[in-house]
Design a binder for this molecule. Sequence first.
Ligand SMILES: Nc1ncnc2[nH]cnc12
Ligand SMILES: [Zn+2]
Length: 331
Amino acid sequence: MIDLIKRLPKAELHLHIEGSLEPELMFKLAKRNNIQIPYKNIEDVRNAYNFSNLQSFLDIYYAGANVLITKQDFCDLTHEYILKCVENNIIHTEIFFDPQSHTSRGISFETVITGIKEALADAKEKYGITSCIIMCFLRHLSQEDAFKTLNQALSFKSDITAVGLDSSELGNPPKKFEEVFKKAKEQGFKLVAHAGEEADVSYIYEALDVLEIQRIDHGVQSIKSDELMKRLKKEQIPLTVCPNSNIELKVFENYKEHNIKKLLDYGLNVTVNSDDPAYFKGYLNQNFINLYENLELSKEDIITLVKNSFNSSFIDEKLKKEYISKVDKVI
Ligand SMILES: Nc1ncnc2[nH]cnc12
Ligand SMILES: [Zn+2]
């Protein structure tokens, strides 16, 4: 089964590009840009990756992103993730980026997006990997700040497929961003949001009914409401679940406690994703392998999860069919 997991062509729908910053590149960029980082060596960095909840991770994740300064840095970061896509047989990826964690440090929106875009164009040309970009608003900041970011994005509208919402969930409910999501929708962006990662189901309802999102990022708390589960099943709203992340951030005590198999068996449209793989001990294949080894996923479960990702992606129907037939050829 592990061999099948590795051979299956896959899509990834929940990946923060800043969360793919490996310690080796962090050190290289810190040196190149003359930035101080609070670690002596790679081992020291890995030892610091010991999280108790989402916030304890975010503090370290934002500090890590401080080494990203130039267009070349963003291009190198994205290029390294693309090499992981090749290794993991990811043929389509939908990448989140957090413009505000860079613009707040004086880095221009243009620097960030053009660096990412350059590496993604290269990924298509060299490896045939398709992609799209999702811009996330940081929910611990104000809606006004999110509006500024949306206005900056309008100059790059053709490069950005969707807007999302990430960062500290508790205390920052989706409705805080109602107006900015409304404007993003009017401007033609697709909409997603992190909801129900740590916070209760009211955040998922708000993301669906107030922000009018098309996909829920995480959503694992849905299981606490029968009514919500019925709706998610009926409407087949995709959940981009990130198992390693949930374990590392203590959403579940251990892998055996993870509820993805229950969500899948209930009939929800669940997908598997790596979230911040450089911080959470592994890329997409490792997430699948951990699920297989701990939750006794069947071959059918794995194929369903893989197909769900293609079907829930933002690619057109023709390409979806082409990718699904690639999956069928491997089975
Ligand atoms: N898992 C996560 N939840 C919320 N915001 C994030 N930013 C990066 N990873 C995140
Ligand atoms: Zn995430």
